[in-house]
Ligand binder design. Sequence first.
Ligand code: ASP
Length: 325
Amino acid sequence: MMSSPKKAVLLIHGGAGTLLRSKMDEVQEAKYRGALQAILLAGEAQLAAGAAALDVVVEAVRQLEECELFNAGKGAVYTAAATHELDACVMDGSNLQAGAVAGLSRTRNPVLAAQAVLRHSKHVMFVGAAADALAASHGLEQVAPDWFGTKQRFEQLQRAQQTDAGALLDHDGQAGGQAPIVEQSKFGTVGAVALDLQGHLAAATSTGGMTNKAVGRVGDSPLIGAGCYANDATVAVSCTGTGEAFMRSCAAFDVSALMAYQGLSVQAAAEQVVLEKLPKLGGAGGLIALAANGEFSLPFNTAGMYRGHVSLGNAPVVAIYRDEA
Ligand code: ASP
């Protein structure tokens, strides 16, 4: 946990899992670090210019969706039927407004669809074709359903199906040597949380879900209080991991509740959820949590988590493995 002197902070993640140095190809590692660093720098510039936290997290997640390395937007994992079903959520801590979408298959940037729900609808969550249609009606780019796929993701699906491994977290399902992970233990969901100069918090999460997931399955990522939550009174949170455990424990809201009801620090609350509560439900993964006072925590119970943070005026910090700051 650290605190930001200038009270404008951005945290991002690109998923957690069995991220081991021994499995990491140097070139691939540099790509991950470079992508995270560039997104943090862009977000810092936005914050310095006075942008709202909500706009900053949406833009950070949009950029993560555009990056094939991560399991969201382009590069999303495949369902058991070799299709894509994308989920996303955004929440504004200043007024508790939220927007969420699940099961998208045509909207290029699911996080923008979630933002459109927040901005334009009196409802909070849309699913499937109707969610794509809502996004299209607000001018968001539509793509062919196979646009999201990559060769690597398809091979990941084939491996999962050949080994009868069930649904896999993304960073667990990539090819050995091509990715910094051990098979069977990686999550590639992306997320961002920010505190802006006005003192407001926001959170956004976006995912392709889990490789080889059943058609129609929705995880924690688009569910407010499970994979995403923001409240100026407490904390902004974005999660990654085995969605079902995060749903059953209302993980993101639980961090907020522990702070509100027990007066815990963001670090104590986030660590209790990730290191104590989730493992009891079989939940592997992590989260990023940023408190209204600028303190933050990025705990995970896996070997690693793609993550980074930047505070206004300071250099961005990017990390992958457990032994990094
Ligand atoms: N939480 C996501 C899900 O269950 C997976 C991930 O974090 O990669 O859909």
